[in-house]
Design a protein around this ligand. Structure first.
Ligand code: GP9
Ligand code: MN
Length: 622
């Protein structure tokens, strides 16, 4: 037989290609990832490559032939184990492995018993590359010679690897802007940067969290507790317990800003149903209420509502601190006999919800698997709000009572796409497609809430429930200021930008009769104490930074995650203090003491979260 003359780095090339293809085939056979277009398909295909080039490329620096062989084989084995473990894990959790999950001891029980049951014979496939590489190492003679590596060739190799990584990230960023900074869905990450890069990323985020946590010993708690106690607002005895024992339905209104309420667009009413509610005697409508979210968007709003603490500055706290101890609203309601849940027709790993919900003691997550999305029932990001609410009614009827559930809507989400049949009003006409469509999706959302109220009444649950609704965060970013200015018929100033962060907040208590429109200045951090007090549950001992909006002592002071703040008289933004009424700069120093308070409060919140301080409280130790 003629001896084949293999080129110098044949084994390396074979190793890279073998692992690459095994990984790719692994992706499509083991994970149920939604691929919408050719570009995403392409990204999925190339995403393992940059990592593999780097990691296998290290072999080029290993002089000893034996060590080089061992190294290459070990890498193929490790990558195969990673893919294999993820596949097995996925069968059970429909999610990719993340470190906090492995650290959460409660998961381990479930895990070990199900691991065996979830291993399939065909999983040997994940080791195809190891087999190919072992054979190559055995039969391809070139590795035997100690190859001298020219530095220039090696450099070129890594330049190519880095270029592929850049192209990959570039394509991913184009498909899903801000992927790494805010969109912490593991599925999206794996889809876009690949399993291997994802694990490195996960390791990086989690070790940062761990290091900060390790430094805290609980002594910081006293200082924070003093601050919290000093700001505690005693509930109004008239309101305390008005909804005692009732079911609690909290509805997160996706991207709903307050400017659309009681407003029109080219003569069309935008939110007819919500407008009615603002005048309804069973409803309190807060029209001076702010979202306080940061990069974590919806997940931040959930975090704030549950914990009355701020999210994190540089990323989504749902992702960075999902291993913490919390004393969440849900957990507290659970302790008070409530069945707690979240209903949201999206995949469970989005925003790391599956893990964070466990940390926050939420009993059940009705995710996309709990819903049936029929033909024409999905648009934009997923299930449409109307079928979502309709199907949720059946789930609500099944829940043990009293229940407390958070329902998270989705249709009114950027880029605000809608099917023709759901457009109840025409689009706005401006240079911003986003704003133009926003009015239509908001109109659709309004309709969905109307449907929900009707169905709730029909189900018989209405009279025994209270409904709290709030906008989760802004929908129209500053990029659309020009169009927004056109709609509001004014030029958008920094003060306007802050005021546009107002989101509507409703507290609807069937049969109450004394509701009103309130212009009390408040924010999302106030939701937790407000809700608990309405249910007659005390919060005096709780480590929370917000206060009950119905309390006579409620302080009109709202701090944003980025340090901006609002008082009844001033708005502080871009490090400038503005008089709210005149919009003029106020240089009298009126904002100074508030500014200090804002910094302190945000610091305390960060201290609690970074140091995982609630594990040192009584509740945390239970
Ligand atoms: C996704 C939904 C939207 O499940 O909550 O998240 P957002 O992009 O608004 O943070
Ligand atoms: Mn949202």
């Amino acid at each position: 037989m003629k001896k084949v003359n293999w080129p110098k780095h044949s084994v390396l090339v074979i190793a890279i290609v073998a692992t690459w293809l095994t990984t790719y085939v692994g992706y499509i056979t083991s994970f149920n990832m939604k691929i919408d277009n050719m570009i995403q398909e392409l990204i999925l295909f190339i995403n393992p490559l940059s990592f593999l080039l780097f990691i296998y490329g290290i072999a080029l620096f290993i002089k000893s032939v034996k060590r080089r062989k061992i190294y290459i084989l070990s890498i193929s084995l490790i990558t195969s184990i990673i893919m294999f473990s993820n596949a097995v894990f996925y069968r059970f959790f429909s999610d990719f492995i993340t470190l906090p999950l492995l650290f959460q001891t409660s998961n381990f029980g479930d895990l070990s018993s199900s691991v065996l049951a979830n291993i399939h014979g065909a999983d040997i496939f994940f080791f195809t590359d190891v087999i190919i590489i072992a054979l190559a190492l055995k039969f391809i003679p070139n590795m035997e010679k100690s190859v001298s590596h020219r530095k220039i060739g090696r450099k070129l190799y890594f330049v190519v690897a880095a270029t592929i990584l850049m192209v990959n990230l570039g394509l991913a960023e184009a498909q899903r802007p801000q992927l790494l900074t805010r969109s912490f869905d593991r599925e999206l990450l794996v889809k876009n940067i690949g399993t291997y890069n994802y694990h490195i990323y996960d390791l990086f985020i989690q070790s940062k969290t761990h290091a900060q946590r390790a430094l805290a010993d609980g002594s910081e708690l006293t200082e924070v507790a003093n601050y919290v106690n000093a700001n505690y607002a005693e509930p109004d005895p008239e309101m305390f317990g008005v909804a005692k024992g009732k079911n609690v339905i909290m509805i997160s209104l996706e991207s709903l800003q307050n400017f659309v309420i009681n407003n029109e667009m080219d003569g069309h009413v935008i939110t007819p149903f919500l407008n009615e509610l603002t005048k309804d005697p069973d409803t309190f409508y807060f029209n001076n209420f702010y979202h306080q979210t940061g990069l974590g968007k919806t997940s931040d709003s959930e975090f704030i509502l549950e914990n009355s603490l701020y999210g994190r500055n540089g990323g989504a706290v749902f992702f960075t601190n999902s291993g913490n101890t919390y004393n969440s609203l849900s957990e507290k309601l659970g302790d008070n006999g409530y069945f707690t849940s979240v209903m949201h027709a999206n995949n469970r790993s989005f925003w790391n919800r599956d893990i964070m919900y466990q940390a926050m003691g939420i009993e059940k997550f009705y995710d996309v698997e709990s819903y049936e999305i029929g033909e024409g029932e999905a648009v934009n990001w997923g299930m449409k709000d109307i079928p979502f609410f309709e199907q949720s009614i059946d789930l609500l009827k099944e829940m043990p009572q009293p229940f407390a559930t958070r329902m998270i809507t989705l249709t009114n989400h950027h880029p605000f796409d809608l099917d023709e049949e759901d457009m109840l009003i025409p689009p706005y006409e401006s240079n911003s497609k986003t704003l133009n469509q926003y009015f239509q999706t908001v109109r659709y959302m309004d309709e969905s809430i109307k449907v929900f109220f009707e169905d709730l009444k029909e189900s018989g649950l209405y009279d025994d429930s209270i409904i709290i609704m709030y906008g989760d965060h802004y929908g129209i970013s500053e990029n659309h200021n020009k169009a927004m200015g056109m709609y509001l018929e004014k030029e958008i100033t920094p003060v306007d930008t802050v005021e546009l962060q107002k989101v509507p907040m409703f507290v609807h208590i069937p049969g109450y009769g004394k509701g009103e429109m309130s212009d009390e200045l408040a924010g999302q951090l106030d939701l937790r104490p407000t809700i608990l007090h309405l249910l007659g549950i005390d919060t005096k001992e709780d480590m929370q930074l917000g206060s009950d909006v119905f309390s006579p002592d409620h302080e009109p002071f709202v701090i944003f995650r980025d340090g901006r703040f609002v008082t009844n008289d001033h708005i502080y933004t871009q490090e400038v203090c503005y008089d709210i009424k005149t919009g003029e700069i106020d240089e009298s120093g009126a904002c100074e003491s508030y500014n200090e308070r804002a910094t302190t409060e945000l610091d305390y919140s960060d201290m609690i979260i970074n140091g995982d301080l609630l594990r040192f409280t009584e509740e945390g130790q239970e």
